[in-house]
Design a protein around this ligand. Structure first.
Ligand code: UDP
Ligand code: MG
Length: 319
């Protein structure tokens, strides 16, 4: 099979029929063999009935129904597990992404040899308010910096194409769908490209991601990913180093303070009480925090040693 289209959706009943017909038209025009997997993320409207209706008349349509709303990442994860196409394309259900992009995305994977092609909403729909576009710019700049994927302008675009290997070997969870390219890169898939895509205003319903907390969460997720990719398998290297460094500085400082005092006492020079000096407390605190950090690294190492994934590596080939 050429293409699997995975569509996570939450309360998008109005859009589904139009979206599906459009995808079908594009697929038929290009003679692709395909399947469309709708992942109903606990919709409370009639989305599931509509998907069932489509699947009854058309064997290209598949559906997964969550019992409750889990979020976009879990929906993608389950869609990826089921996908059988050589190329997997993800797309939002709200008709903001155009299925007309599919043939070119497919070509960029199959012919140009990319692992992942991410859509770039270059001229974002006019419907999006400034309060959404400005933080998005900031967010993408940070993600570019941290992930080291310098050629991506738009990490969070719902329209992306993957080589099948990629989706079968990465695990998206929580709200990590914002960082699919970073997840792919961490798994060793580093041929990542971008394609400017058309982006329309939402026709029906409203956005499921509103408010500022999504940026706070987005940044926290980015820190997690960065930490996991740099120290996930060796936490002692960061905590142990920082802890030892702090303890060492604190210890030396305390020793200097003590030595000064002893010297003064032995020479009969009047000196302040050690406990009257702020330096004493600072060095004491540093030694305590240093020990704590060291212990944190130790515990984290124990955890990673006994975790199930400790010996999971990305093996591309064995002969
Ligand atoms: N979505 C989902 N589960 C959720 C929230 C959203 O499956 O908990 C789907 C939603 O139905 C849509 C896609 O994720 O197909 C993107 O959501 P939306 O269009 O609201 O995001 P925006 O375009 O505003 O960033
Ligand atoms: Mg949308």
């Amino acid at each position: 099979m050429d293409i699997s289209v995975v569509i996570p959706l939450y309360n998008e009943e109005e859009s589904i029929p139009e979206l599906y017909n459009w995808i079908k038209r594009v697929m038929n025009d290009n003679n692709f063999t395909y399947e469309v997997i709708f992942v109903n993320d606990g919709s409370t409207d009639r989305s599931w009935e509509i998907i069932e209706g489509l699947a009854k008349d058309d064997h290209h349509v598949h559906g997964i129904k969550f019992r409750r709303n889990y979020g976009k990442s879990p929906a993608l994860y389950c869609g990826f597990e089921k996908a059988q196409g050589d190329v997997v394309i993800t797309m939002d259900a709200d008709l903001q992404d155009s299925p007309d992009e599919i043939p070119e995305l497919y070509r960029m994977i199959v012919e140009d040899g990319n692992d992942l092609v991410s859509g770039y909403k270059q001229n974002r729909s006019q419907g999006d308010p400034l309060s959404k576009t400005i933080p998005t710019k900031l967010f993408n700049a940070t993600a570019r910096k941290v992930s080291g994927i310098k050629n991506l302008h738009d990490f969070n675009c719902g329209l992306k194409a993957y080589r099948s290997d990629v989706v079968k070997n990465i695990e998206v969870y929580g709200e990590m769908h914002r960082y699919m390219p970073y997840l792919a890169k961490n798994a060793g898939f580093d041929k990542i490209a971008e394609k400017p895509v058309h982006h329309q205003a939402r026709k029906f319903g409203k956005s499921k991601f509103m408010g500022w907390n999504r940026f706070v969460n987005g940044y926290l997720d980015l820190i997690t990913l960065w930490f996991l990719s740099s120290f996930g398998r060796k936490p002692m290297h960061v905590f142990g180093f920082l802890g030892s460094l702090m303890f060492f500085i604190g210890f030396i400082a305390a020793a200097v303070i003590g030595a000064q005092k002893l010297w003064a006492v032995s020479h009969g020079i009047p000196a302040r009480l050690v406990t009257d000096m702020p330096y004493f407390y600072i060095s004491l605190t540093m030694m305590i925090i240093g020990t704590q950090l060291f212990l944190a690294g130790f515990v984290a190492d124990l955890v990673s040693r006994s975790s199930q994934g400790r010996n999971e590596y990305q093996i591309e080939k064995t002969i």
